[in-house]
Ligand binder design. Structure first.
Ligand code: 13P
Ligand code: ZN
Length: 275
């Protein structure tokens, strides 16, 4: 099968374009990676070619040794993915030590996988273990309203989680484990990857202060939907804070507990503090 005909490749391209249409990917902002299933690799095996030397990832992900990923390219624009996916994306293989990768498809006009590859792969490693192998998608986007909130709210997991839960009744059901926050750090390296993947042990969402968001999920729909839900909630909070500094009414801790019971989700008590 041609790589471009594979269902996961079509899903990958569609998600890039959906993110672009949301306004989350100015210029080359944001990146996406997908951990490819064995049977999906088997389908496209004929088109994968070794034309590249092994390259350093910049961190170690031993549990991902031998795995294959589809990733967006560094400096590539999400708005172009749908027009020329072979220029904007690549399929890479991780070596047996988990410290190097090589390109097997894509990047036809040169280039490298996203500069956030250390964060993507360290998040994949953590989420693969935490989810029993079901999580396959890591998505980074420059979500406008969430970024705006990082200038206004304390950079604390408890505050971001609770404030964003309050903004839409579906939120605690969509991200019941909450949201982690990383204070401002230099992007693109191992340090921010370590900090983010530490939070990903507990959460499916991590916010990078003054930068954007990372989400993890099982498939493209769930991961895009998670990013979309958090960002929509942030938009409501931005609108609310623009009207007033004090909410007249909101969802209370006991109402969250009632919601959790009916929707059969567990909401950690650390987020249900009295204000
Ligand atoms: P890349 O173009 O290297 O993917 O970087 C974009 C980005 O959002 C960095 O955080
Ligand atoms: Zn970014």
């Amino acid at each position: 099968m041609k790589v471009l005909d594979a269902k996961f490749v079509q899903g990958f391209i569609r998600m890039c374009n959906d993110g672009w249409e949301q306004g989350w990917h100015e210029r080359n902002g944001g990146n996406l990676s997908y951990r490819i299933k064995d049977e999906e690799i088997a389908e496209i095996r004929d088109e994968l070619k070794v034309t590249d030397n092994w390259q350093e990832i910049g961190t170690e992900v031993p549990k991902l040794a031998g795995q294959y990923f589809m990733v967006t390219g560094s400096g590539k624009y999400f708005r172009n993915v749908i027009l020329d996916p072979e220029d904007s994306c690549s399929i890479i293989e991780i070596d047996e030590t988990g410290s190097r990768y090589r390109i097997l498809w894509g990047m036809v006009n040169g280039g490298r996988p996203t500069s956030e590859l250390p964060s993507h792969l360290m998040n994949h490693e953590v989420k693969m273990a935490a989810s029993g192998g079901t999580h396959r998608v890591i998505y980074h986007a420059h979500t406008t309203n969430t970024i705006a909130l990082t200038f206004v709210l304390p950079l604390e997991d408890e505050v971001f989680t609770r404030e964003l839960w309050e903004m839409a009744t579906e939120c605690p059901v969509v991200f019941p484990s909450g949201i982690g926050v990383v204070g401002w750090m230099v992007p693109g390296g191992r340090d921010i990857a370590v900090a983010t993947s530490e939070l990903m042990k507990k959460y499916d969402v991590a916010i990078w202060a003054h930068h954007g968001m990372f989400c993890s999920g099982e498939d493209f729909d769930l991961t895009f939907g998670l990013m979309h839900t958090v960002e929509k909630s942030a938009e409501i909070l931005v609108k609310t804070l623009s009207m007033t500094s004090e909410k007249r009414q909101t969802i209370t801790p006991d109402e969250f507990r009632a919601l959790a019971k009916d929707f059969k989700v567990e909401l950690p008590e650390e987020f249900l503090y009295e204000k």
